[in-house]
Design a protein around this ligand. Structure first.
Ligand code: SAM
Length: 245
């Protein structure tokens, strides 16, 4: 079924002023301005009910820091879902260092759908009960700890938006880039022909397209084997031309 509505991201955050941020410039920014995708940034604090607009409390069982309250976050999610024109079924993500690592294949799935609702955590994290009650899918952008989920959400949205139809021109095609076949991308070169005594590899200026393609494939394979044994195993075990990381 063709999805006629623009791809949509809802972001729940304690720092709405961080959006669109980098998503407002370049490819994503142009696509946002032209309506290819839409963004609804919501302040979690708007769902607080006390006069101090509290969103966090101390961890049950003790320990450092604060935890985002289940009742406040659940109310924020429910209000976002009740907004007019929101997709009835959409992924609900929680940016989290203990989530499943984000991959290009998950990005492709998210870009092909209606667009996610994304919760940006802060403090020590989020009360487990709201993660379960609102079926939040925890997603990590890497094995390191950020101070909040906003930068992770921006990275995820950027990766999705560039795959939306019409966002990338031929000049920025995704067909040969890293992960397109569980391989890292080959090295790129451009003018000048010589840089600090280093020429562009001869084969790239030979005009022989078949030889260029096979050189690039060999370079991609060598890089992947050296840097990403995990991807290399996937690539090697799949029939050629079929792997998608
Ligand atoms: N105490 C948490 C832990 O040890 O897993 C870390 C909380 S972190 C300081 C605050 C928020 O930043 C998290 O709730 C999450 O939303 C976000 N965050 C931090 N690192 C992240 C990562 N690698 N990927 C995605 N989100 C991350």
């Amino acid at each position: 079924m063709t999805n006629l509505s623009p791809w949509h991201a809802t972001v729940l955050t304690l720092f709405p002023e961080m959006f669109p941020g980098p998503l407002g410039v370049s490819l994503a920014g142009k696509a946002l301005a032209s309506g290819v995708w839409t963004l609804d940034t919501r302040d979690i604090r708007d769902a607080a009910t006390d006069r101090h607009r509290s969103v966090d409390d101390t961890p049950a069982g003790g320990g450092p820091g604060m935890v985002l309250r289940a009742d406040v976050l659940a109310a924020a999610i429910d209000a976002a879902d009740a907004a007019p024109d929101r997709p009835k079924e959409r992924p609900r993500l929680l940016m989290s260092p203990r989530g499943r690592p984000l991959t290009q294949s998950r990005v492709r799935e998210l870009a092909a759908g209606p667009g996610p609702l994304i919760v940006c955590g802060r403090f020590e994290g989020v009360d487990q009960r709201v993660i379960e009650a609102r079926a939040l899918e925890e997603v990590s952008i890497g094995d390191y700890v950020l101070s909040g989920g906003e930068i992770a959400a921006i990275a995820l949205i950027d990766a999705c938006v560039r795959l939306l139809p019409g966002v990338m021109g031929k000049a920025e095609s995704a067909s040969e880039e890293s992960f397109s076949e569980s391989l890292l991308e080959y090295p790129q070169y451009t003018r000048p022909q010589a840089f600090e005594g280093q020429p562009i590899p001869e084969i790239l200026i030979s005009g022989d397209h078949a030889k260029v393609a096979s050189w690039r494939r060999a370079e991609s394979e060598a890089l992947t084997r050296a840097r990403r044994p995990d991807l290399w195993v996937t690539y090697e075990s799949a029939p050629k031309g079929t792997t998608k990381e």
